[in-house]
Design a protein around this ligand. Structure first.
Ligand code: ZN
Ligand code: ZN
Length: 426
């Protein structure tokens, strides 16, 4: 969709290695700029003469050797959250690093090593993911690598691992794939489910039989640093049946395919917003196994984040910088007012609210909703694939947007996209 873009730049360094240097580890320094999210290094060995030279590859940061692949690889990447096997992911501290060239075997005429070093800088952009999924670590059938392949195929950047009352998935997920895994657990009780995000091992014991026990368990998760999301509160089978006075951050208003249970959750959320509660809405497929309609990325949660890391994505979700769409292909909504976006409290009441919806289809219905209910409804005309609307801020506590689409497969009009609200303090 051209929305996920990061700023990257690269430099090329050449180093001649003579036969006298055989056996040595040669350092080629480079500077990692502040705010780097990922570095990628590619090595090309240009042979001089007929005999071949063998050059090993590795890297050091300011303090330590950060990775080594010997003669096994000619390129590697290190990202804040993932890396090529043999290399350590983590913070990319700004300053002088060095590529390490191991001159294992050097021909009599020497060789020239060309290094391409690519830096990707942190930058706010929309990332797409699915926050609620299961694997073989609970009652799902997908391995974590299978899940990463599915994400790459459908175009998801991140995936929440929310196995039922399990934490082993958070110790087992691969860090050498494109997909970013967000550690999680679905706290699954007999009277309702909550997703705990952002820590590998949020709880010592999931068993909850009373409200008091629920409070104790959530306090432990909170002290461990977890964000807490109320899952499918209006699900006929596994909806929330505990009391409502408990500690949570977000609500999953969209669980899997759109259906009545989700509509009830959406209506409940609207009531919460009208009552003045600023509650972030999220979505998740709840995919467990191959299924015709419960599919990774349906719905997709879009998050405006400065890096593809759990910490930044979860922080941005907590700020409400989130929109939802029925699939990774959109439609995608952008709702702003002056410098404020969804989730923000806008102080610029003299500005207009601007709505842009991409990848809409003929007969889609775009609804603008406030604390006073439906404000306007616009049907997309033939030949239109984007829709722009703007309106003056009236005396409202929030505006939010829904896109509804007719799906001939199920002969119904279903939710296709949903924004979080942009709030006003008047
Ligand atoms: Zn559940
Ligand atoms: Zn679930």
């Amino acid at each position: 969709m051209g929305i996920v873009q990061t700023c990257s730049k690269h430099e090329i360094k050449s180093k001649f290695i003579s036969s006298k240097e055989e056996g040595l580890y040669i350092e080629v320094p480079f500077i990692v700029p502040a705010g780097t999210e990922q570095i990628k290094v590619k090595m090309e060995v240009v042979q001089e003469g007929v005999a071949s030279s063998i050059i090993d590859l590795g890297v050091k940061d300011q303090n330590r050797v950060r990775g080594w692949s010997g003669g096994a690889r000619t390129e590697f990447f290190i990202h804040q959250a993932k890396a090529t096997p043999g290399y350590l992911h983590g913070e990319l501290e700004a300053g002088e690093w060095a590529v390490i060239l191991g001159a294992y075997k050097v021909a009599a005429k020497g060789c020239t090593v060309n290094l391409t070093i690519e830096y990707t800088l942190e930058e706010l952009r929309w990332l797409k993911g699915d926050l609620h999924t299961h694997s073989v670590h609970s009652d799902g059938t997908f391995t974590l690598r299978e899940k990463a392949s599915i994400c790459e195929e459908v175009g998801l950047d991140f995936l929440g691992l929310t196995d039922h009352n399990a934490a082993s998935q958070n110790e087992a997920y691969p860090r050498d794939v494109d997909t970013l895994f967000i550690p999680g657990m679905e706290l699954t009780t007999n009277k309702g489910h909550l997703n705990l995000f952002g820590v590998n091992d949020p709880l010592q014991d999931f068993r909850v039989n009373t409200m008091d026990e629920l409070h104790i368990v959530l306090k432990e998760a909170r002290e461990n640093g977890a964000y807490i999301s109320l899952n499918h509160p209006n699900c006929r089978n596994t909806g929330w049946r505990w009391e409502w006075d408990f500690d949570y951050d977000w609500v999953e208003v969209w669980n899997g395919p759109w259906r009545e249970d989700n509509q009830d959750a959406l209506d409940w959320w609207q009531d919460q917003l009208v009552s003045g509660k600023r509650l972030v809405a999220v979505g998740g497929s709840d995919a467990h196994r191959p299924h015709p309609s419960v599919i990774h990325g349906m719905p997709t949660t879009w998050v405006y984040s400065k890096s593809l890391t759990s910490a930044e994505i979860l922080k941005s979700i907590d700020q409400g910088h989130v929109v939802l769409s029925y699939s990774p292909k959109g439609p995608f909504l952008s709702l702003t007012c002056g410098i404020s976006m969804t989730g923000d409290i806008c102080e610029e009441t003299n500005k207009a609210v601007m709505l842009n919806v991409k990848d809409v289809q003929y007969t889609d219905v775009v609804k603008v909703i406030s604390n006073q209910g439906n404000e306007q409804e616009v049907m997309v005309e033939e030949g239109q694939d984007t829709l722009d609307l703007s309106w003056a801020v009236a005396n409202r506590s929030f505006y939010r947007v829904e896109v509804w689409r007719y799906f001939p497969e199920v002969k119904s009009r279903l939710l296709a996209a949903l924004s979080n609200p942009i709030y006003f303090s008047n």
